[in-house]
Design a protein around this ligand. Sequence first.
Ligand SMILES: [Mg+2]
Length: 373
Amino acid sequence: MNIVSVTIYRKDLPLADAFEHSSSGSITSLEEIFLKVEDEDGIAGFGEVRGNCQYVTGDTPNRLVGVLSDALAPALLGCDPLALGRVHEIMDGAVTGNTGAKSAVDMAIHDLLGKALGVPAYVLLGGKNHDELMTDVSIPFCPPEEAYDRTRRHIDDGFRLIKIRVGLRPFQQDVERVEAIRRAVDDHPGGREVSLAADANQAWSVKEAITNIRQLTPHGLLWVEQPVASGDIHGLRDVTQRVDVPIMADESCGTPEDVLRLVSMRAADMLHLKICKAGGLNRIRTMMSIAEAAGVPYMIGQMDEGMLATAAAVHCAAASTGEHFELWGYHRVALQPISGLRAEHGRMFVPDDPGLGVRVHEECLEMVEEFHL
Ligand SMILES: [Mg+2]
């Protein structure tokens, strides 16, 4: 079942609901790269990765296409998908870093392997722990009145965990937005079941983080995510040790090596794992195992991406022992070139079809380059 062809596609997915947080700038469209790998029996697997992700992985659409086309696609031809560990060695030998491009390849191979073996991808990750996954939903930077209305709508729609983007200057703007959201939760008849969290996306210095988080603490946050710069692990540890609210590492927690460093330094109380930062589903499996061994809770999330990348994250989440999930970003996309993932009332259903369990409408994608053995 060796790989005989690799095809690279692009597709911009305009958002029905544009968003902005501390590090993203305004995002109006997801500039996605798709990948198809096909084996000699004609079985195809698909992967997806976000192109305009310069603020997390350093990727741009052209960089991803360049790395896939110059290094990874040619190296994949002739590889055996059953030897996934060897495929990763070959990818790491072809180009260092570039977890985004490698995650698209790894995702496509999990899809292909699942289809070839007749099992859903979560089986390849150790088996299913969850049939359904309650996902959080994010409230972006917006005026307090809008934040109040969005919160009410999200609770009406069934969400029970709402994540608030913070990190504006002056900080008073964040305070007013968090107060409005807390008020909306308390005013709502279903509000007692709703939890709040916040994400600063690296916006603060260590001192600002400690002061600001202490000011937000009375609003009852389940966690505050990535208060300081991703590379400042000592600073992250200082914040974690000096506030009562649990601190979650996201941008600081890209790879298995990062998980090892964070848990051994006790630099964060919780971890946020995403496929594109990790370099693939099997790297996420490793990260989950380290966190589980260390007794550190983690969340399986994703960037705002299309439905294929979301399906891959859903399979990782299904195989996890995690309690929190962030799998809703694809709902902002106005028109999907993928179908098959089912969600309702803030709840994602885990697909049981072989592979990633979704259907890619290839005719909607724009082909960039094809490689054949
Ligand atoms: Mg985050």
